[in-house]
Design a protein around this ligand. Structure first.
Ligand code: HEM
Length: 521
């Protein structure tokens, strides 16, 4: 091997390392000395190589590419509905990063777990970053963010013996959370284990708003449709894959991109007038519901291609940070109670997990100009000066050369949003309707799909305590008689055993649902 000066190993202080094999010691057999700077630097950095893993979605992988806007759908310009710059022109490209993940497992856990998949897209737009942090199933288990820590605890290992995947814990929670019925139909159904990250859908799940240049708004839901279709595993397929590797999804994505087989998704949006839609039997701000496509047809707005792998897994996957609060002009929040809670949680955890200056890291920094008066903190990497700014002025307002508010010029849009009145309260939304869409999902399934769903429920519930089994069978009867009967038969719980259980104390059933309970049996 010839010596290449450019390849010289150095310390982080820039000192050339002339011996990386032997610790400096007194005599060849030691002892070592404490002034051994090179050794101490190397070892103490190693000691700090790990950062806390994500509290959820710890196992994941990132790829990069671009989003290309269609500019119109049919004869309509997208600008009629949103003024967000990335959508305005046909063919306009915006760089993206996409992190796929599983939810419940730790950083080295299996990628073929029966679990939703995270689908988080960061758009590096000219107006700053936009993050769309979604999943592959389109709905969620709960509709109020205050339940999230409890929900996640029920999915995580037992806090005493650290046993993972304990069905009794998960179904204890589900059996008291009827809003989860729709989501568990998906998680335990044939789509519950994607075959890889490339052949799966993505959804924004929560309801957002689009706002146009005139300040008019629509409610919006986002859908990503994979060009190469959806592929899933049965529990048996997954067990076979998992016997050989825990990281099959990451490897599949990495290898495909390296081989030039670039995965692609189409982005479609469903739009709804911006009000509470009393005519619907669900609330448009409820993330346990889908919007029927015959009423709200998805409109294609662009496509996304992933064509580049990370150069370093840690820098670009472990340190990437997404949040639901990261929106650009023309894209807005709604009052969806999950979305509001999520928006606090993401950047809060990232200040802890990555550090208060996480937005200065290249993978998180916007490609748009950044000029703030935020200073200091752990690992401050540089100062966010505006070009020509007086570096002494780190406050605003100032007449001595600091940064200034953007002018309220032609491109300024006043805040929009509903007028809100009402008492401070703690209350469920009115239209909970927890079983209807779950029942429709069941009815639409082919017999092989029902068999897989039921087998998966029977397998999980047979590991649960009897009162939890009974409560779940009661819910399944509410979803669909056939589901209740067939799961019940699988675990030895009859209609007679459950029909007097009745609604949960926290549950409000529709007239139709109450009638069903009365008629059971
Ligand atoms: C990650 C909180 C609901 C999708 C995370 C993280 C937290 C969190 C703390 C870790 C973030 C990090 O360390 O960088 C919450 C809370 C929720 C909620 C409080 C409800 C109130 C949801 C829902 C979805 C979702 C409904 C899907 C629509 C994701 C994804 C990630 C994630 C995809 C991984 C992001 C990445 O790849 O870095 N969530 N979450 N979460 N969450 Fe949520």
């Amino acid at each position: 091997m010839t010596y290449e000066p450019d390849q010289t190993l150095t310390t982080r202080q820039g000192h050339p390392v002339r011996d990386n094999q032997n610790t400096r010691t007194i005599g060849s057999r030691g002892p070592a000395t404490l002034e051994n700077y090179q050794f101490l630097e190397k070892m103490s950095h190693f000691d700090r190589e790990r950062i806390p893993e994500r509290v959820v979605h710890a196992r994941g992988t990132t790829a990069f590419g671009y989003f290309e806007s269609y500019g119109t759908w049919g004869d309509e310009p997208i600008s009629r509905y949103t003024r967000a710059k990335l959508f305005q022109e046909k063919g306009k490209r915006t760089d993206v990063a996409l992190r796929f993940s599983t939810v419940a497992g730790g950083r080295d856990s299996s990628e073929v777990a029966r679990d939703p998949r995270g689908f988080a897209v960061k758009f590096y737009t000219e107006d700053g970053n936009w993050d769309l942090v979604g999943n592959n199933l389109g709905v969620f288990f709960i509709r109020d963010a205050i339940k999230f820590p409890d929900f996640i605890h029920s999915q995580k290992p037992d806090p005493v013996n650290f046993e993972a995947g304990v069905a009794n814990r998960a179904f204890d929670f589900f059996s008291q959370s009827p809003e989860a019925m729709h989501m568990i139909m998906l998680v335990f159904g044939p789509r519950g284990i994607p075959a890889d990250y490339r052949h799966q859908q993505g959804f924004g799940v929560n309801t957002y708003r689009w706002v146009n240049a005139a300040g008019e708004s629509k409610l919006v839901k986002y859908h990503w449709v994979p060009k190469d279709g959806v592929k899933s595993y049965t529990s048996e397929d997954a067990a076979n894959v998992q016997a050989g590797t825990l990281g099959s999804h990451t490897k599949d994505l990495y290898d495909a991109i390296e081989a030039g087989d670039h995965p692609e998704w189409e982005l479609r949006v469903q739009l709804m007038d911006d009000h509470d839609h009393p005519e619907l039997d669900f609330d448009p701000l409820d993330d346990t519901k889908v919007w029927p496509e015959e009423l709200f047809p998805p409109k294609p707005v662009g496509r996304m291609v992933l064509n580049r792998n990370p150069e370093n897994f840690f820098a670009e996957n472990e340190q990437i940070a997404f949040g639901t609060g990261v929106l650009v002009d023309g894209l807005e929040f709604s009052d969806d109670k999950m979305l509001v809670g999520r928006t606090f949680s993401y950047s809060d955890t990232q200040r802890y997990r990555v550090g208060p200056n996480y937005l200065q890291l290249p993978v998180n920094a916007p490609k748009a100009k950044v000029a703030t008066n935020q200073r200091d903190g752990q690992m401050a990497y540089h100062v966010d000066h505006a070009p020509g700014q007086n570096p002494h002025v780190n406050y605003e307002p100032s007449i001595t050369g600091g940064v200034q508010e953007a002018p309220k010029g032609d491109d300024y849009h006043a805040e929009v949003g509903p007028e809100i009145g009402g008492r401070l309260t703690r209350a469920r939304i009115e239209r909970t309707n927890d079983y209807k869409q779950a029942g429709e999902r069941f009815q639409l399934q082919e017999e092989w799909e029902k068999e897989e769903l039921i087998a998966n429920f029977v397998d999980a519930l047979s590991q649960c305590d009897r009162p939890i089994q009974e409560r779940m069978v009661w819910h399944f009867y509410m979803v669909h008689d056939e589901l209740g009967r067939r799961v019940g038969e699988g675990i030895g719980v009859s209609l007679e055993d459950v029909k007097d259980l009745g609604p949960l104390p926290t549950q409000r059933l529709s007239e139709e649902e109450l009638q069903r309970v009365a008629n059971l049996g």
